[in-house]
Design a protein around this ligand. Structure first.
Ligand SMILES: NC(=O)c1ccc[n+]([C@@H]2O[C@H](COP(=O)([O-])OP(=O)(O)OC[C@H]3O[C@@H](n4cnc5c(N)ncnc54)[C@H](OP(=O)(O)O)[C@@H]3O)[C@@H](O)[C@H]2O)c1
Length: 278
């Protein structure tokens, strides 16, 4: 029963590999660049790139289950290759945005929905897991916290219930081992609704130093986040703006129902990540 983890160096994928190893499940870890593989002993490492279908047959040989990241351009080819290899179940790290009614046309939701549809239409049983907001997004503040002890925030009162990557991996592991697809594919959030400025406060507490929050407007945010993908910036701004409205954020009990304990608090995420902010 070998499980292939595509994106095994990812923040979530890394914990999926560790969980499979802890459970004694044979695991194969894929990376796009073999020179970057940094796994411990006992992990079979292969090269696989979802945008290069020719890399998939060897990676999938003898594999029963797969965990993978959303990459719409490679999804249909991946589904076909997984079917040929005899894979039984594919667990996709999708996005809760596909379940949010007001986000139907948000490009992040569109991209993840497209990946789900392409995989479901071309390959083995697909079980998407759908976290809405990753706690790891706060790593985007690492540079300015490290260098200036300041975070520039658009809509600092925007609320979300971010989820720790370790908890997402636990849900992925449940999905890989056959948990009821309707349950594991439900909207997945952390336990605590937190304003962005409250997340900064919890990081400040974790590093033991004050951090200044400087509010910026959307125009300044667009300039600061100009990374060549304006539609992604607009998609993120859409979510942040909606988080300032009473019906614009979500907290679900999906994690607790699947795993049987409450999600890890954001303070734990901050403590686990202090090295990124000091
Ligand atoms: N940000 C949010 O709030 C949010 C909300 C809902 C869902 N999500 C989903 O969560 C993902 C981020 O998760 P994360 O933090 O664990 O990601 P991450 O740490 O950035 O890792 C991404 C992984 O994907 C792999 N990958 C990327 N493109 C690939 C390709 N073409 N072929 C094979 N592998 C590929 C990378 O592999 P290499 O090691 O080879 O580079 C890497 O291991 C987002 O991309 C999104 O789909 C995010």
């Amino acid at each position: 029963m070998t499980t292939l983890v595509i994106g095994a160096r990812g923040a979530v994928g890394r914990h999926v590999v560790a969980g499979l190893q802890a459970a004694g499940t044979p695991v194969r870890a894929s990376v796009r660049d073999l020179s970057k593989a940094d796994f411990g002993p006992g992990v079979d490492v292969v090269q696989a790139d979802l945008t290069r279908p020719e890399t998939l047959p060897a990676a999938l040989d003898g594999v029963d289950h797969v965990f993978l990241y959303a990459e719409p351009s490679g999804a249909a080819d991946f589904g076909k290759a997984a079917l040929v290899a005899g894979v039984e179940r594919v667990v996709l790290l999708s996005s809760g945005s596909v379940l949010v009614p007001w986000a139907t046309n948000n490009p992040i939701a569109v991209e993840h929905r497209m990946t789900e549809e392409l995989l479901a239409g071309s390959g083995p049983e697909l079980v998407p897991i759908r976290p809405l907001v990753l706690a790891n997004n706060a790593r985007n503040w690492a540079w300015s916290i490290k260098s200036e002890r300041t975070v520039r925030l658009v809509h600092p009162e925007s609320v979300s219930a971010p989820i720790h990557e370790r908890d997402i991996a636990e849900v992925a592991l449940a999905a890989l081992s056959g948990a009821e697809p309707r349950e594991v594919s439900a909207l997945l959030t952390g336990a605590e609704p937190l304003m962005l400025r409250e997340q900064v406060g919890l990081i400040a507490a974790a590093i033991g130093e004050p951090i200044t929050v400087e509010e910026i407007d959307e125009t300044r945010a667009r300039e600061m986040f100009d990374v060549g993908e304006p539609e992604v910036v607009e998609a993120i701004l859409h979510f942040v703006r909606r988080g300032t409205e009473a019906d614009g954020w979500y907290r679900t009990d999906t994690f607790e129902r699947i795993v049987g304990r409450p999600p890890l608090p954001f303070a734990t995420w901050a403590a686990d990540n202090v090295a990124a902010f000091r």
